[in-house]
Write a protein that binds this ligand. Structure first.
Ligand SMILES: [Zn+2]
Length: 348
């Protein structure tokens, strides 16, 4: 068993989005599942510190931060066509970014081996000066910048397995060779970025890896992308910290996409990430919740991942049963295309 932190604060429930798919019930279901599996008791509960405006401003423009704060103060509404803000949303969002900062501090400080930040609103679509796709502040970007600025971390691997491309995160580090951004995502859906040909720019060229996947790619395609691209690249990059934008909307029962993964597939990705972290940086993993909108699934999928990172020895159930899967056996074409492109930068 490894010492794993669970970063959580009830303020995350107060980002009130009504009947929006990204709502507070997601966290309630996840906490309940962690309890039911007996995992939560074994985790080290870590209360987050809020991110200061200065910390959020490592990435976001001060005018944008004030815009979110003012919009929330006035009662909120839709800040963009997808993103809802309520009166406590700015406080929750700063605490979400602060949650990842706290997770980074706990892992780098050695209080825990790894940590899962059970935060919302999510972050990976948030850009420096605008909200997007349910995201207000980019939690993982702010956490990564904190790790570099405060702890002197020089190389961070960010693995983004949310079904959507983390365009805000990709953009933040597009020309920065200190952060290797690896994303698998379903192609042709929101936000319609993350083509394999987007590989970084300037000094950061080669440090952005996009593996767009076809609908129905399923666990087997993710496994190929993770073992044939992510793992060999990570072993050459040698990260000092591994961060995960852990979205669970690639599950077959998720209403927002169709990548057809299972909880077992999530556990498999987690195994590979853990193997990388153990080989390169003493197992230091900071994962943060992004998407995942089927309430009957998300708790099981999170538990499957946490179970791997923490070595808790439980098997997460597969809600809905395997018969609902439509995984196609051969969906390699876009993966092979990404391999071909990345061979320019890495030994694959
Ligand atoms: Zn997503």
């Amino acid at each position: 068993m490894r010492k794993m932190g669970l970063v959580y604060d009830p303020i995350y429930l107060e980002h009130d989005t009504g009947s929006h798919p990204e709502n507070f019930r997601r966290l309630e279901y996840i906490l309940e599942a962690l309890d039911d599996y007996g995992i939560r008791d074994k985790m080290v509960e870590i209360g987050p510190q809020t991110a200061s405006v200065d910390q959020a401003a490592m990435f976001h423009g001060p005018a944008y931060i004030e815009k979110v704060a003012a919009f929330a103060r006035q009662g909120g509404g839709y800040l963009d066509p997808d993103t809802v803000v309520s009166s406590n949303s700015c406080e929750a969002a700063l605490m979400a970014a602060g949650g990842v900062i706290t997770a980074v501090d706990s892992v780098i400080g050695g209080a825990v081996d790894s940590a899962f930040a059970l935060v919302r609103p999510p972050g990976h679509h948030a850009k420096a000066d605008r909200s997007m796709g349910f995201c207000l502040f980019n939690n993982v970007v702010i956490g990564a910048m904190h790790a570099m600025n405060t702890h002197g971390i020089e190389r961070i691997l960010i693995v983004d397995w949310d079904v959507h491309h983390g365009n805000g995160t990709a953009e933040a580090f597009y020309s920065d060779p200190a952060v290797l951004y690896f994303s698998t995502h379903q192609q042709g859906i929101f936000p319609n970025t993350g083509f394999a040909s987007e590989t970084g720019s300037g000094a950061g060229e080669g440090y952005t890896i996009n593996v767009p996947l076809n609908r129905w790619t399923g666990d087997s395609g993710q496994y190929i992308a993770f073992t044939q691209i992510l793992e060999p690249v990570a072993r050459q990059f040698k990260p000092q910290l591994v961060m995960v934008s852990a979205g669970f909307d690639a599950h077959y029962a998720d209403p927002l996409a169709g990548l057809e993964m299972t909880c077992r597939g999530y556990a498999q990705m987690a195994e590979i990430v853990k193997r990388i972290a153990e080989a390169e940086c003493g197992g230091r993993i900071v994962a943060a919740l992004e998407g995942g909108y089927n309430l009957d699934v998300v708790g099981h999928a999170v538990s499957a991942v946490v179970n791997v990172f923490g070595e808790y020895g439980v098997e997460a159930a597969e809600p809905g049963g395997a018969e609902r899967r439509f995984e196609k056996p051969v969906m390699r074409i876009p993966i092979d295309e990404a391999i071909k492109i990345q061979k320019k930068y890495w030994k694959l």
